[in-house]
Design a protein around this ligand. Structure first.
Ligand SMILES: *Cc1c(COP(=O)(O)O)cnc(C)c1O
Length: 367
């Protein structure tokens, strides 16, 4: 840790927090991403001054000059992670240090000021402490934390901003359950790709999402839940969904996922699952896998299960693949997924929620 990690926080509790009865109602059935807590974190950066003015205060709208850089050139990055209510009534976060590292790497790719990793983790801890009453009960859901950073220089010249605003907001979210027995149906993106070598595919930036939305809308028009992107060069290799990584489980007990070659996002859920799979004796391959191979292996029975993984939904079975050429069942175990998907999901969620031991040091208790 360098000195920059120790920016003092000014904590000013919200003078008019949500009444307890209303909060209890919201937290009991939160849905996803529409309910927000009473506080937020802000930290500012200026060239020559560094990181300063760290605050925890009442959540409120921003006032931005119309010439604010992010509104024009999209220097924006974000993270997503969850705080869990632990069985003893405390709170814990899952691998916030991994999010801190990825946030710094995203900042570097977008020529933004990197936030010291210790300061990132501290900012999350401060917000969870301030809003701890907003964490849903263990079986209801979690508190989703959204750290993000924008270029807030008021200047229309094209160059990296000289000032940045880092913020964290929090939103209670329900446990994600896809209704019905089947997994999600994914649409193969036809025209659009998500990222190319040398692009921003490995950075968690809003621009990647903007670029994925047209294909996601195409998926929905075709009756699918999600879109799966192919590589930008050959249009054959599976990359990932708009916001989740993909894993393939084979009849021989091995697991395969596309490699981190700069075009996909290095998911922390992906990384955790690979670790759990390896430690349970599975062979894990980080190798490219083509759509044609997927179709052939699902038909032959060599491929049994396919799932998508990411913080929001943890692990979701992929049930069916659809494209203009037709549709096929993702794996021989059937559209509802199978035992390996279920086992990995349970193992991961049990560690996250403190129901089972954490031999990896992944869980950080907060308060
Ligand atoms: C955030 C994200 C993921 C999943 O990452 P986690 O750290 O597991 O939440 C996967 N793909 C994309 C494009 C993402 O933005």
């Amino acid at each position: 840790m360098d000195g920059l990690d120790r920016v003092p926080f000014n904590v000013v509790p919200n003078p008019a927090p949500t009444p307890a009865a209303e909060r209890a109602k919201l937290v009991a059935a939160p849905g996803f991403g529409r309910v927000f807590t009473d506080h937020m974190v802000t930290i500012r950066y200026a060239e020559g001054k560094g990181w300063h003015d760290a605050r925890v205060e009442a959540r409120r709208p921003l006032t931005l000059d119309p010439a604010t850089a992010v509104l024009h050139y999209a220097q924006e990055i974000f993270e997503g992670l969850k705080a869990y209510r632990t069985p003893s009534g405390g709170a814990a976060m899952f691998r916030p240090d991994a999010n801190a590292r990825r946030f710094r790497q995203s900042a570097e790719r977008l020529a933004m000021a990197p936030l010291p990793e210790g300061l990132f983790v501290e900012s999350l801890r401060r917000l969870v402490e301030a809003d701890r009453e907003w964490i849903p009960a263990v079986d209801v859901g979690t508190l989703y934390l959204r750290p993000f950073m924008i270029a807030d220089d008021v200047f229309l010249g094209v160059k990296p901003s000289a000032t940045y605003l880092y913020m964290v907001i929090a939103s209670p979210v329900g446990a994600y359950f896809k209704n019905g027995a089947d997994g999600v149906t994914v649409w193969v993106a036809q025209q659009d790709t998500r990222a190319a070598r040398g692009g921003t595919g490995a950075a968690k930036c809003g621009g990647n999402y903007a670029a994925s939305l047209q294909a996601q809308a195409e998926a929905v028009r075709n009756g699918c839940d999600q879109v799966v992107f192919l590589d930008a060069i050959e249009r054959r290799k599976i990359e990932e969904l708009g916001g989740m990584n993909v894993c393939f489980v084979f009849a021989d007990g091995s697991l395969q996922t596309p490699p981190l070659d700069g075009t996909i996002l290095p998911g922390i859920t992906r990384d955790s699952i690979l670790r759990l799979a390896r430690d349970s004796g599975m062979t894990v391959r980080e190798e490219a896998y083509t759509l044609d191979q997927w179709k052939a292996d699902a038909a032959s029975g060599r491929l049994t299960e396919v799932f998508a993984c990411g913080t929001a939904a943890v692990i979701t079975p992929i049930g069916r693949i659809r494209s203009p050429e037709g549709e096929f069942i993702a794996g021989a175990a059937g559209p509802a997924g199978g035992p390996v998907t279920q086992r990995l999901r349970k193992q991961l969620v049990d560690i996250q929620t403190g129901r089972s031991a954490d031999p990896y040091g992944w869980v950080h208790s907060v308060c």
